[in-house]
Ligand binder design. Sequence first.
Ligand SMILES: Cc1cc2nc3c(=O)[nH]c(=O)nc-3n(C[C@H](O)[C@H](O)[C@H](O)COP(=O)(O)OP(=O)(O)OC[C@H]3O[C@@H](n4cnc5c(N)ncnc54)[C@H](O)[C@@H]3O)c2cc1C
Length: 232
Amino acid sequence: MVIGGGFAGFYAMRRLQKLLGGKAELVLVTASDYLLYAPLLPEVANGVLEPRDIAVPYRQALRGVRVLVGRVRQLDLAAHTIGLDCPEEGQVDLRWDRLVIAPGSVTRQFDIPGLHEHAHGMKTLREATYLRDHIIAQLDHADALPDGPENDDERRRRLTIVAVGAGYTGTELVAQLQFWVSRVTGRWGRLDPSQVRWVLVDVAPQVLPELGSRLGAPSADSAGGGSRFGSG
Ligand SMILES: Cc1cc2nc3c(=O)[nH]c(=O)nc-3n(C[C@H](O)[C@H](O)[C@H](O)COP(=O)(O)OP(=O)(O)OC[C@H]3O[C@@H](n4cnc5c(N)ncnc54)[C@H](O)[C@@H]3O)c2cc1C
């Protein structure tokens, strides 16, 4: 039995299929019925790809494997059992002989005030699709606000997009979204791309801390553009 159908669980299962080829029952227990190609989530958030383009159905890619969709809530290593919450069936108990545990990770929230209440993660198809819809809705709302200084504050808030975490994912996401939004904002007759403010926040002194100082340094293009990197 393999718990988790991300890259780790999926390829573990592929390898087990090759090694065991019909000599054992292979069971994949996972929270969704598809392998998510997570590196392409930003392309779903900016609409270049459709959600289904980055979702590979297990029943197609792992033929012969029994796929159980649900969330593992309990694991008893001594008794060789798991407790699984299934969407329709409720709690189901299952036995295993050999177990691979690969449930991935969850979005880190650190102790940043307000993050838990107001921010959205970027790890699932639902979150990527939500982000795209949410940004479009904010452009709609900002565009619909009546002219006049009394609405300037709300317009500014609706057109300010803050991303927390300037590692690979946060930086790529902001770069892709900024590119997309700058190209489509003109469709809203009363908005200008320069009004949209992007803020990328990290405790590190520069973006992409994993890649060293040269790649993380501001380029001539980004230094003067409509985005800002905040450290602290
Ligand atoms: C936006 C984004 C961009 C990325 N870009 C890159 C990149 O360019 N290059 C790169 O190398 N990496 C990239 N990564 C990281 C990469 O996607 C992860 O390292 C990789 O997905 C980890 O694989 P995993 O199998 O360990 O976990 P995951 O892919 O998170 O899979 C975990 C699986 O376990 C399931 N699961 C979790 N909990 C339970 C439970 N309780 N019960 C049942 N099932 C459960 C989940 O549904 C999921 O199927 C990116 C990640 C994101 C979010």
